[in-house]
Ligand binder design. Structure first.
Ligand code: 26V
Length: 853
């Protein structure tokens, strides 16, 4: 399959080219040709040099003259030109990695929410100004080309964006990393609203061209499914097992550059696409059954067709398990066969690689590595298990019990029969160890078994990951503690030292430097360069909080960011951001535990205060509320809440009694691109999940680093944000996690809060009486009924505290000098939340992968 690789000298300095090797006798490519050995050169770094390269790409790559080119032609040509500037670094990174075989990370993630690539590539190469100048000479505004890029939305939310931040940080810190994942043809759906209700459209992110990817169909891996297993005796007389699969697909790798920030390193993200195997197809084609052959092709290509848009409730869908196995099997084979040298001693594998499991989605990699080592490489089970345990670590991203993945034994056995056998054996040996330690404590055995018996026999993927992983981490202090104490306490007792915390982080390159150039410039002017790769240096901004002139400039940056957002939203959705308003923002997936309804109740409360005459409109702090949220297409309550938000918005926005002092904006299709415009403009960050439910949150960090103040519960990373920025610079409200538990244990009755709090009652009554639905009293029955009867996430119990905190926000905002001081301190004290720091924690405590060069 064209797998032969270049096997000539590895050095590619010009000196080695003085005595060129002779032409190969067979007339094949002369791989020792001096020009082939010379380092790939970057295009000249000058405006003229850039223009030449750009026009060459436009003419020869895109096949159009400048005068005839569309914006998309220009964007594609620009993207390809910019990637030329990264190419030499990429090839050099690969060459050195091959040479040194330094230990690296293989990040296994079903999702990467990358965001647009162009701006990041320009930043990494420090070419932004040259390119802008060169394009201007061609009569092109770089902003128009940036706007042309469709972001690859290959993730749902926090977990996918985290993966993207992590690979950025590893490249910037010169740590060897290969990110493995799936090249979905359709990423997260495009959200539109029809009469205020969410309607999903396919995300055709590839339709206009994909200039950042490098397909390598010749390096495809085969991935098999189904069939049965057989035992046989090998030539040494040993009893062995082989898997006889029923069908096979090809996994084609698509490589993406992951450039470090101006450090000469470019790591690789390798996403797999499924296509039908030639062999399989040909057999059927030759048998004359054309239709069946086409069907099988479609079937194979389905695997990487679409990202599952659920982000909390696993549906146990067969295609999803196929996706999971597809990408990890391809990745492990790729690593063992194509990345490692041929003669590699597999017992040394843990010294060379750590496979990081991003949640349970890739956990089927554990039995897959065992299968490869035992069945294919012929290692003894115990040897293979020792290797496997040294090669995996597991990150858990949730606390919701319903989000913990399980796969029915029936499905797993049908799709991956050999893997099920391996899981059974791992479980058997694990439970044996548990028995040795605790005796025949059957209750404990049942609790800890990787195989659950009820409601149907199934495999608990989090348990499998915990047993196999060298470390298990949560994503914020509180989350990790709850993971140890509440979710996996038996395992914590059984494996002392295995559990650890790594608090999440975000990349300051994208979320400060690119998203907020105004603030970045102000920071650099004040504390100098260097903070972007050493974010704790933001501490040096602290004294500036007391400087009136600095505060004025900081406010001007915020105001400019609001104007920029206004321009974006006007162009995108035809809505305007009112001047002089506080910008109060809640952007995240729509989920009941995140409590968007609480935010809605606050808006309605303010509305009612004016409409009832209790508060004069003129006395309201002018606020614009911005929501951004996608609901999983099958999550009815989440979609009903979206409908409610839009309905409240249109009522509030059109009620003249408010004199324009409250405004609700809900731009559809919130994504990374929009986040980069919304977050820098925000004054107030809404982080109001029920305590104990949000594992970490990462939006919360982005807001703090961009100078918004947080109103939040004691949940996830909010806890650490508040500790760092100081109580006085954070609006804390709501029950603490133990109080939540106590209330639930005592029997929570939401209606009692409704009965006893007149303002809450009035807000809910307004929904129920049709104020926001043109008099229709039933439009929002589901939401109202749910709040009054169930309210699983205790929104009503936290309502009073929330409103009180919001009133404090209004009072605080009235003093702009004090507010600005607090905002500056939020920036100065949030350097901890750089994903560079997260990476350092993983490296020191879990991976042991030092920087390579
Ligand atoms: C979970 C599932 C469950 C099975 C069905 C499909 C599916 C797809 C994605 C996910 C991931 C949801 C988990 C997630 O995104 N967790 C978030 O991770 C963030 C990064 O650690 C963290 O900040 C958020 O608090 C956490 O909700």
């Amino acid at each position: 399959m064209g797998r032969d690789r270049y096997r000539g000298p590895v050095a590619n300095s010009v000196e080695t080219t003085e005595t060129p090797a002779p032409e190969p006798a067979d007339g094949g490519p002369n791989r020792s040709h001096p020009l082939a050995l010379a380092p790939v050169s970057s295009p000249p770094v000058s405006v003229d040099g850039f223009v030449r390269e750009f026009l060459r790409e436009l003419n020869f790559g895109q096949g159009v003259a400048l005068s005839a080119s569309t914006v998309n032609d220009q964007y594609l040509a620009l993207a390809r030109t910019v990637r030329h500037y990264l190419m030499a670094r990429w090839l050099e990174t690969m060459r050195r990695q091959k040479e040194t075989q330094a230990k690296g990370v293989a990040y296994l993630s079903a999702e990467y929410l990358l965001g647009r690539q162009l701006g990041n590539a320009l930043l990494a190469t420090d070419l932004t100004d040259i390119v802008a100048d060169g394009l201007a000479q061609c009569g092109i505004d770089i902003a128009d080309l940036r706007a042309q890029e469709v972001e690859p939305g290959l993730g749902n939310g926090g977990l996918g964006r985290l993966a993207a931040c992590f690979v950025d940080s590893l490249a910037t810190m010169s740590v060897p990393c290969i990110g493995y994942g799936i090249r979905y043809e359709f990423g997260i759906f495009r959200q539109t609203f029809v009469d205020g209700r969410q309607v999903e459209q396919p995300d055709s992110w590839l339709a206009l061209g994909a200039p950042w990817e490098f397909p390598h169909p010749d390096s495809a891996q085969e991935v098999s499914f189904g069939g049965h297993t057989e035992t046989y005796t090998d030539s040494d007389g040993a009893e062995r097992t082989r898997w006889v699969p029923a069908w096979t697909v090809q996994a084609v790798p698509y490589n993406y550059m992951v450039p470090g920030y101006q450090n000469g390193r470019v790591n690789t993200l390798r996403l797999w696409r499924s296509v039908a195997t030639e062999r399989f197809d040909l057999r059927i084609f030759n048998s004359g059954d054309y239709e069946e052959a086409v069907r099988s092709q479609t079937f194979a290509e389905n695997i990487s067709k679409v990202l599952y848009p659920e982000d909390s409730t696993p549906q146990g869908k067969e295609l999803r398990l196929q996706q999971q196995y597809f990408f990890v099997a391809a990745s492990i084979a790729d690593f063992l066969e194509d990345v490692l040298p041929e003669d590699f001693d597999l017992t040394k594998l843990p010294e060379r690689i750590i496979f990081q499991l991003n949640d349970t989605h890739p956990v089927i990699a554990v039995p897959e590595l065992m299968r490869v080592l035992v069945d294919e490489k012929g290692l003894a089970w115990d040897t293979a298990w020792e290797i496997t345990k040294g090669c995996f670590a597991y990150t858990c991203h949730t606390l919701l019990p319903e989000a913990l993945e399980v796969w029915s034994v029936e499905l797993l056995g049908r799709l991956l029969p050999r893997h099920l056998e391996i899981i059974y054996r791992i479980n058997e040996e694990f439970l044996e160890e548990v028995r040795e330690r605790f005796g025949d404590d059957e209750l404990r055995i049942r609790r800890m078994s990787i195989i659950a018996e009820h409601p149907e026999r199934s495999v608990r993927m989090a348990y499998l990951a915990t047993v196999a992983g060298s470390k298990v981490n949560g994503v914020a202090e509180l989350h990790s503690q709850l993971l140890r104490d509440k979710v996996l306490p038996d395992f914590n007792e059984f494996y002392p030292g295995k559990f650890t915390n790594v608090t999440n982080g975000i990349t300051p390159r994208r979320f400060v430097r690119l998203a907020n150039p105004g603030l970045s410039e102000l920071i650099t002017e004040s504390i100098g360069v260097g903070w972007l790769t050493d974010l704790e240096r933001l501490r040096e901004l602290e004294p500036f909080a007391a400087d009136e002139e600095f505060r004025a400039r900081f406010r001007e940056v915020k105001a400019a960011n609001k104007r920029r957002l206004h321009a974006v939203l006007t162009e995108r959705d035809g809505v305007s951001v009112s001047d002089g308003h506080m910008l109060d923002v809640m952007v995240k997936r729509l989920h009941e535990y995140k409590r968007q309804t609480l935010k809605v109740l606050h808006i309605i409360t303010q509305y009612n205060r004016v409409v009832s005459g209790e508060v004069a409109a003129a006395d309201l702090t002018p606020r614009t509320f911005i929501f951004g949220a996608k609901a999983a297409p099958g999550y009815k309550m989440a979609k009903d809440i979206i409908h409610l938000i839009n309905a409240v918005g249109s009522t509030v926005n059109n009620d003249e009694r408010l004199e324009g002092r409250l405004k609700v904006i809900f731009p559809p299709n919130y994504n990374v691109t929009l986040a980069e415009k919304v977050i820098p403009a925000a004054d107030l960050s809404e982080q109001i999940s029920l305590a104990g439910k949000e594992a970490s949150g990462t939006g919360n960090m982005k807001f703090a680093l961009n100078g918004a103040l947080t109103i939040g519960t004691d949940d996830g990373a909010n806890v650490e944000i508040r500790q760092l920025v100081g109580d006085e610079n954070f609006f804390l409200f709501g029950m603490l996690e133990p109080e939540v538990e106590a209330l639930q244990a005592a029997g929570y009755v939401p209606s009692s809060y409704y009965e006893s709090n007149p303002e809450l009652r009035r807000a809910i009554d307004a929904i129920a009486s049709g104020v926001f639905s043109g008099g229709d009293r039933h439009m929002f029955d589901s939401v109202v009924g749910n709040l009054l009867q169930e309210d699983r996430f205790l929104a009503l119990a936290d309502y009073a505290a929330y409103i009180e905190a919001q009133d404090k926000v209004d009072a605080a905002y009235a003093d702009q000098e004090e507010w600005t001081r607090a905002a500056i301190l939020n920036v100065a004290r949030s350097g901890f939340f750089s994903s560079d720091r997260s990476m350092r924690d993983y490296i020191d405590r879990i991976w042991h992968t030092p920087p390579a060069f």
